[in-house]
Design a protein around this ligand. Structure first.
Ligand SMILES: [Zn+2]
Length: 448
């Protein structure tokens, strides 16, 4: 989906040849000074850096005995930590060039993370979290930063440390680091988290209530696509609310027992049924947004073939599953021509007649069209790529953008162009990078 149009610091002219790299490496690391691999031990892995990378790369793992192979793997692990730390330093520098309005929370204000996400090939929310951690650790966590650069801790531990103690003032952060090292370098992430929890309570017992309030503000629900037509639903809930939900699901399960379903299956079905009950209480316009869209070839729906269908926000599903859910009025059906994948007809099992154009654009885009963003097009804004009335209100000038990326387009200095077929070209505020996002074709072309 992403296209890197330019890597400005590496060009054909400046890129050294392999031979030049080898001679640079030999100059930095003469053969007589290199460690024979037999002398490696976990405590004596090569200090991470470009020389370690080049040395490790000369070994074929299949040539190493078991002990050396374990040391080899450990050395790569240190190198990964080292590289992550160097990247974090660069990210923190980028963050300084795009200050957020409140100084820290890139997920709320400012668009630095959105600019990094396509380069990191991750979702903007992930980039935002990595940027926040990079900024914190480089500015306020000297011991953690040193361990990271030495490759003795990795990004998972860094995240645990920063998440737990970044709310402390600088003096307490330093005291916490004193208590953490050097043990943090040999502990597992789980052991480290337990230690962090004890340190946090000891250093600041009076803020438990405040932390509890902050944790409450962090409550959320996530849906993650899994395989085989299934998804995982994850929720971080207040303890009392979670117990209430569980008791309700148990009661529903008991009331429906006896039809051959297991208690686990009954509870899972009861949770989905709760969504229908909640949707029934919505006003019609909101209920329309609560519908889920399944795109299926007309021939598949009629049972003439078994081509995969598409569940919006999830991905491909089997023909059988599509036929089962397409018959249910709580789903919105979109029929496609099996030969072209083009939309033939909008299902009319909706609460209100759809605004055909909005539906067409949302069906085409399915998710926000910013690189990497997965927010559903159902609740997204429809942005005029070229501002109305200079640009028409037509599919070729409209794109689904979530509220955040709609703001980014208007306030963040990005340039956006739309090409025939719905391709979007996003150009960064500095003009140095352009990323292309395509609407996913509703159906993959036939493989033969
Ligand atoms: Zn978005």
């Amino acid at each position: 989906m992403f296209e890197l149009s330019a890597v400005p610091w590496v060009t054909q002219d400046t890129m050294p040849t392999d031979a030049e790299l080898e001679s640079m490496y030999d100059a930095m690391n003469p053969p007589e000074a290199r460690l024979p691999f037999a002398t490696f031990s976990p405590g004596r892995a090569l200090p991470p850096g470009p020389c370690a990378a080049a040395t490790l790369d000369t070994f074929d793992p299949s040539d190493l005995d078991d002990d050396s192979l374990v040391d080899h793997i450990g050395s790569w692990e240190r190198l990964i930590g080292w590289a992550q730390a160097r990247q974090a330093i660069a990210m923190a520098e980028f963050g300084r060039r795009r200050p957020a309005e409140d100084g820290l929370r890139w997920d709320r204000k400012g668009f630095a993370a959105d600019e990094l996400a396509p380069a990191l090939r991750c979702a903007p929310q992930t980039a935002s979290s990595r940027l926040a951690i990079a900024t914190e650790v480089t500015s306020r966590f000297p011991a953690t930063m040193k361990a990271w650069r030495d490759g003795t801790i990795d990004s998972t531990k860094v995240r645990a440390i920063v998440d737990t103690i970044c709310a402390f003032d600088d003096d307490r952060v330093l005291a916490a680091e004193q208590a953490l090292y050097p043990n943090a370098e040999t502990q597992t992430a789980g052991q480290l988290r337990a230690k962090l929890a004890r340190i946090a309570l000891k250093l600041d017992p009076n803020t438990a209530e405040q932390r509890s309030r902050e944790a409450y503000a962090d409550r959320r629900v996530l849906v993650t696509p899994s395989s085989d037509g299934m998804s995982e639903l994850w929720a971080l809930l207040p303890a009392a609310g979670a117990q209430r939900l569980r008791a309700t699901l148990d009661a529903h399960a008991r009331a429906s027992a006896g039809d051959g379903r297991s208690s686990d299956q009954l509870r899972a079905d009861a949770l989905v049924d709760l969504a229908d009950i909640a949707a029934d209480s919505l006003p019609p316009a909101a209920a329309r947004q609560a519908q889920v869209q399944v795109t299926v070839a007309a021939t598949t729906l009629l049972g003439l073939d078994d081509d995969p269908a598409e569940l919006a926000g999830y991905g491909p599903i089997t023909a059988g599953l599509a036929r089962r859910i397409a018959g249910d009025a709580t789903w919105r059906r979109l029929l496609t021509d099996p030969a072209t994948g083009a939309l033939l007809d909008y299902g009319r099992t909706t609460y209100q007649p759809p605004a055909a154009l909005a539906d067409q654009v949302r069906a085409r885009d399915r998710v926000c069209r910013f690189p990497g963003c997965r927010r559903s097009a159902r609740s997204a804004d429809l942005d005029h790529t070229v501002r109305y009335p200079d640009g028409p209100t037509a599919a070729g000038n409209l794109a689904a953008l979530c509220r955040r990326h709609h703001r980014l387009k208007h306030e963040g200095g990005w340039q956006l162009a739309q090409k025939p077929g719905g391709s979007l070209l996003w150009t960064t505020p500095g003009g140095g990078h352009t990323y292309r996002t395509e609407p996913d074709p509703l159906d993959d072309p036939a493989p033969f």
